[in-house]
Design a protein around this ligand. Structure first.
Ligand code: PLP
Length: 453
């Protein structure tokens, strides 16, 4: 075999690749079918080979594939802002990292336009991820992804994530826990100096870093109040959680908060094209329009016509086929069945999520919540065991602090049926059964037999 010229993540081996897909299934070169219960990295919300979307792509490609800052953006911006919690304008780029980078720049520009250039500091949360560029990594609390780049990252300030399973105190209500976290943010703003903080950025529902981690009830309202008190902008990153994944067009609709700036990506065009969007509220728009009147960003693929037309068709499909209702219903079914199947399982600590954005957190000891040995290689083992069962899931380690903790995300396409949810649960239970033939307290995870080698 000729040596690959592709720089894969692991330079040692090329990853297994899918060569086709249809609906909720992916196919490999040998023709094996895999139920795609993670949509790649939580992207393919309409599944694969969606005819309506493919036809729309063909039409737009034949009309006009590319022009700089294309015209299809208007309809899409209208569609997205109309369904948002009061956001009024949209800007389109290609990937999640570059759109979050733009959110940070726009937050700073907002303050500069109002004569406050000293508001240049950002506060973010540990165990949240915002992207792979230097700017977005700077505000990312993902220890593994920051790692060797730490010396070239800019300064940023961090506060605790909202992680009820581990951090809500015994006897503390959700309201009290949310308030405690908001006080922590307030203390951090006061420590930096309120007139030096540009924005607070958070994932509304944390994705792969902490495993489909939703905030407790009332948390974001408390956070919003603190931001307002000090003139700090609230940026919500819904690159993974937005565009219907939680059963709402925007995850924050469920929390009853309006951010000043919102980022979406991934599911926006459902993987049929790369597209991301920044939405801003009237206050941010007004500051720029009545100031310099120019949004300080220019990129080759802004408002890409083919990508915007694709996203419009994807989003219309979601509305016209009432898929948000399906996401909520199938999500409830999925969590209920996971709870049932793993009730009393010694290594299943938490089942959580919203809509079709869910995760199971695994532990060594269910009672004490002690995590598995970080060197057990759990993520790789469970991925292999799931593949063996014909199931694609999204496992990740470092759930607690970047090193300790393990979870598996289950985020299937919005089109999945009741029967397919049942199949996901039974295949996943079989994979978990294969990975936990024996667990030894002293040595963390000890593999004996099973398919997760
Ligand atoms: N923000 C969040 C919440 C994400 O989950 C991701 C990617 O996983 C990003 C930003 C970065 O997006 P991309 O990988 O498209 O650059």
């Amino acid at each position: 075999m000729t040596q690959s010229r592709v720089l894969y993540r692991s330079l040692a081996a090329a990853p297994r690749t899918a060569v086709g897909g249809d609906g909720v299934y992916l196919f490999d070169q040998e023709g094996r079918r895999y139920l795609d219960a993670c949509c790649g990295v939580v992207v393919s919300s309409l599944g694969h080979n969606h005819r309506r979307v493919i036809e729309a792509i063909k039409r737009q490609a034949e009309a006009l594939a590319y022009v700089h800052a294309g015209a299809t953006r208007e309809e899409l911006a209208q569609f997205l802002t109309e369904r948002s919690p009061g956001l009024t304008h949209a800007y389109f780029l290609s990937g999640g990292s570059e759109i979050v980078e733009l959110c940070l720049k726009t937050a700073y520009q907002y303050h500069v336009e109002q004569g406050r250039p000293e508001r240049r500091h950002f506060i973010a949360r540990r165990q949240n991820y915002h992207g792979s560029t230097i700017g977005t990594l700077t505000v990312s609390g993902n220890v593994q992804r920051r790692s060797i780049f730490e010396p070239i990252l800019g300064p940023a300030y961090f506060v605790s994530p909202c992680y009820a399973y581990r951090d809500q105190r015994p006897g503390e209500s959700e309201r009290e826990y949310g308030r405690r976290l908001a006080r922590e943010l307030e203390a951090r703003i006061l420590e930096i100096g309120p007139d030096r903080v540009a924005a607070f950025i958070a994932e509304t529902v944390v994705g792969s870093t902490a495993g489909a981690l939703p905030p407790v009830d009332g948390y974001f309202k408390e956070i919003r109040a603190v931001c307002d008190r000090y003139g700090v902008l609230l940026i919500l990153d819904e690159v993974m959680a937005g565009m219907g994944r939680t059963g709402y067009h925007y995850a924050c609709l469920e929390d009853g908060v309006t951010p000043d700036i919102l980022a979406v990506g991934k599911g926006l065009a459902a993987g049929y094209q790369p597209l991301s969007a920044m939405l801003v509220g009237p206050q941010v728009h007004a500051a720029i329009s009545s100031g310099s009147g120019i949004l300080r960003n220019g990129q080759t693929f802004v408002n890409h016509p083919l990508a915007c037309a694709t996203a419009l068709e994807v989003q219309r499909t979601i509305v016209e086929e009432n898929l948000l209702e399906n996401v909520r219903r199938r999500g409830r079914q999925l969590r209920a069945r996971l709870e049932e199947v793993f009730a009393g399982h010694p290594h299943v600590g938490d089942v959580r999520g919203r809509g079709l954005f869910n995760a199971v957190e695994f532990v060594l000891d269910r009672a004490t919540k002690e995590p598995l040995d970080p060197d057990s290689g759990f993520a790789a083992r469970i991925r292999a065991a799931a593949i063996e069962q014909g199931l694609m899931v999204y496992p990740m380690s470092g759930t607690i602090d970047g090193r300790r903790g393990d979870h598996v995300m289950i985020a299937p396409p919005f089109i999945c049926t009741e029967e397919e949810i049942e199949l996901i649960v039974s295949r996943f239970a079989a994979a978990v059964g294969a990975v936990f033939p024996q667990v030894k307290r002293e040595g963390g995870l000890l593999m004996v037999g099973g398919s997760g080698q």
